[in-house]
Ligand binder design. Structure first.
Ligand SMILES: [Zn+2]
Length: 332
């Protein structure tokens, strides 16, 4: 990493949580502030580059940046890749990223690396810091918004030198029933096997519920270790009251969201930026609108019961819509 005396400290706002929680929207909103950049799922840059080399990539949203260019042809990401150096080094960093950041499987590696400070672990941390520096340098910003979401990456970010990186965590929780409904629409085994048996559908509901529980619990666990750097917000609050939600986040993040809040209130679209992976709608002008339906209305009875049975307790703790606590505040 470069000598910190030679550059301003880089702020990293890392969005934690489950897939399909609205993280691309939050990433776009925060990245529209002065001096900031939305990177989308920065931890999946190597996936995006690989996807662009596969036949049939034209139909893949992963292969494209939100600016509309293939990731390897995007002005920003092509600069980052060129500055990184030999392609094999970036590929090796990508493989290590998968090893250290795959939910569940990476936990032993992270613990061992932290406890014993293995050479491979220290090297990966150094390269993670370098990747952040390269993106900030190529885009000329001092704040990066990364919505990769996995807690493993958050854990790695928390270990970057505080003299060089100011890392903040925003845990975005969406009503689990909305998440399960969204995931089931894209769960291929369930879609291709929707015969008379109800089990594939309920199995899809159980799998999606388990994902929501695991990703959110892992995010909350990270927050327990970093209370002063962690805030949890509800996605539905961001849609129903973007101004109030962002006002509360502003001092914690230390970024200027006044113009972003004004644009949202005026119904003006936000810039599309250079987001990697994430929601398929990335690149479309973003407007925050209140949800058309509540999570409870989006799921059929069977999957809804599966969700409540497996995850109702966590939904209640998080104070999602329909639970006794209407709007959670900082804390776990
Ligand atoms: Zn781009």
């Amino acid at each position: 990493m470069t000598d910190p005396s030679h550059r301003q400290k880089i702020k990293v706002v890392y969005v934690l949580g489950s897939s399909r929680s609205g993280s691309t929207a939050l990433d776009s909103v925060l990245g529209a502030s002065p001096g900031a950049l939305s990177t989308g799922e920065l931890g999946h840059l190597h996936w995006a580059l690989q996807e662009g080399n596969l036949p049939g990539y034209v139909g893949s949203s992963i292969a494209f940046c939100s600016c509309g260019q293939l990731v390897e042809q995007c002005p920003l990401w092509s600069t980052v890749v060129a500055q990184w150096g030999p392609g094999r080094e970036l590929e090796a960093f990508g493989r290590a990223t998968d090893r250290y950041e795959t939910p569940g499987r990476s936990l032993p590696l992270l613990i061992l690396g932290r406890l014993f400070g293995t050479r491979a672990f220290r090297r990966h941390l150094a390269l993670l810091g370098r990747s952040v520096e390269l993106v900030a340098g190529a885009s000329g910003v001092t704040t990066l918004i990364d919505s990769t979401k996995g807690a493993g990456r958050g854990w790695l970010y928390s270990l970057l030198p505080p003299s060089e990186f100011d890392v903040r965590f925003v845990h975005l929780v969406r009503d689990g029933r909305s998440v399960v409904s969204s995931m089931m629409q894209h769960y291929e085994p369930h879609k291709s096997d929707s015969g008379p048996s109800p089990w594939p559908r309920l199995a899809a509901a159980a799998f999606s519920t388990a994902h929501w529980v695991y990703m959110n619990l892992a995010s909350s666990s990270l927050g327990l270790f970093h209370r002063s750097r962690y805030r949890r917000i509800q996605f539905e609050d961001l849609l129903n009251d973007p101004d109030g939600t962002l006002r509360e986040l502003e001092p914690f993040l230390g970024i200027d969201l006044r113009d972003v809040r004004r644009r949202i209130l005026a119904g003006e679209p936000l810039p599309t930026g250079h987001l990697l992976c994430g929601n398929r709608a990335k690149g479309s002008p973003l407007r925050l609108l209140p949800p058309k339906s509540r999570g409870a209305d989006e799921l059929a009875l069977g999957p809804s019961l599966v969700f409540l049975w497996l995850a109702g307790w966590l939904q209640w703790i998080y104070g999602g819509p329909g639970s006794p606590s209407a709007r959670p505040r900082p804390g776990l």
